[in-house]
Ligand binder design. Structure first.
Ligand SMILES: *Cc1c(COP(=O)(O)O)cnc(C)c1O
Length: 399
């Protein structure tokens, strides 16, 4: 793998040719599209947790920072520190997990911490000094039910803060998280909004007005103007999978990542050939089958395993194939997905050769296979598909 500062522009010749190609300009276009949607009074936080949803947190963050992004959101301290190590000086906020032993390191690296408990405030305060304060966002549970102070605690907390209860801490933000932002009609949005307004009011009453208030994710930013507040934390839309609702014009984002490999092996086989583990696929005709160097260890989910042998004794096989693009045509993925290899049936594609490029996610001409297609097939969401692209898949950046 490349050092964090030198991004791969092309695949090394000695590499296994299985790579994710990421267009940084497309990520920037998406960032700008979100910024246009949320307007000038609201900022966009680039959420780059989980290796920027598989796109590479270092590359994405550096590129966006270079083009003016001022906020980055991560889940873990390790993710936050990685951004500092590569020279990101903008606001970096840990949205997810904080544990008290991390306090010193968070302060040292000027990582802002989302805090949900008195115990964590105390731990951060103890590790802070006037010269090196912890910078925190107080999180309130307005309805998600996972993290956050309860809203009933807001008044007491605000008063205690105003009295100097945590005198070394800097209050940067008040925040919450929406549970149902993709559902325009859901009453939960209004309930969460009302509760958040009360939290804001509790702090304003005692004269505390932190720089930013935020609770919206991509969908919140796209569809709920009143929930945008000062900052929208955009993840999935940044990577081109914006949530869609009929009523709203799309923001105009597009996928930034394509997943590619090359034909490793090609073989003509007779009719009735069993292929792969458990022989879940049997050729029904003379066929041409290629083997590709990608498998479930790379995020090509094992549930893409396809069987044409009915009834098939083995569990966890599908009755329709996922497809990939080769020589500008769609070809079905057949048989069991194994850890490092899959099969593609190219019987109907002319002229396939070893070394041909295969697009597993991405487009070619008018054909496109997206993370949303994978997600629909697998019964999950594009988030999981993108995060699931394995660490041994090279990331190659196009600028
Ligand atoms: C991951 C995350 C987001 C980003 O959500 P998207 O739906 O991907 O825009 C926003 N806020 C928090 C707290 C998160 O953990």
């Amino acid at each position: 793998m490349a050092s964090p500062l030198r991004l791969l522009r092309q695949l090394p010749v000695e590499a296994r040719p299985t790579w994710a190609e990421i267009s940084l300009p497309q990520v920037l276009k998406n960032f700008q599209a979100i910024q246009r949607r949320v307007g000038n009074d609201c900022e966009v936080m680039a959420v780059v947790k989980a290796n920027a949803y598989g796109h590479g947190a270092v590359a994405v963050s550096r590129y966006l920072a270079l083009h003016g992004a001022r906020w980055f959101g991560v889940a873990t301290l390790e993710e936050a520190v990685e951004l500092r190590r590569v020279g990101i000086r903008a606001n970096v906020v840990m949205l997810g997990t904080f544990f008290p032993p991390q306090a010193k390191s968070a302060i040292e690296h000027r990582i802002q911490v989302t805090v949900s408990s008195i115990q964590h405030l105390n731990a951060l305060n103890r590790a802070s000094s006037r010269k090196a304060p912890a910078v925190v966002h107080l999180k309130f549970d307005t309805g998600m039910g996972r993290m956050g102070f309860s809203c009933e605690e807001a008044e007491g907390l605000a008063r205690r803060w105003a009295r100097g209860g945590w005198k070394h801490l800097v209050l940067q933000g008040l925040c919450s998280h929406l549970a149902s932002a993709e559902d325009l009609e859901c009453v939960q949005n209004r309930m969460q909004s009302t509760k958040f307004q009360r939290v804001r009011a509790a702090f304003e009453t005692v004269g505390i007005d932190p720089p930013v208030r935020h609770l919206a994710n991509s969908a919140g930013g796209a569809f709920h103007p009143s929930l945008r507040q000062d900052l929208v934390r955009a993840g999935i839309a940044l990577y081109g999978y914006e949530p869609r609702i009929e009523k709203f014009r799309p923001m105009g984002t597009g996928p930034a990542l394509s997943l590619r490999t090359r034909v490793l092996h090609i073989r003509p086989v007779p009719r009735n050939t069993w292929l792969g583990y458990q022989g879940t696929f049997v050729t029904r005709r003379r066929s041409v089958v290629v083997t590709l160097p990608i498998g479930y260890a790379d995020g090509f989910n094992r549930r893409f395993s396809f069987s044409n042998r009915a009834p098939c004794r083995t569990e966890n096989v599908q009755s329709r194939p996922m497809r990939a693009i080769i020589r500008g045509e769609l070809a079905p993925v057949i048989g069991r997905v194994s850890m490092d290899l899959i099969f593609l049936d190219v019987t109907d594609v002319k002229g396939v050769r070893v070394g041909d490029e295969v697009i597993l996610l991405g487009c070619s001409g008018s054909l496109a296979i997206t993370a949303a297609d994978w997600a629909a097939y697998l019964g999950t969401i594009p988030y999981e598909v993108l995060c699931g692209i394995g660490s041994r898949v090279y990331r190659v950046y196009k600028e």
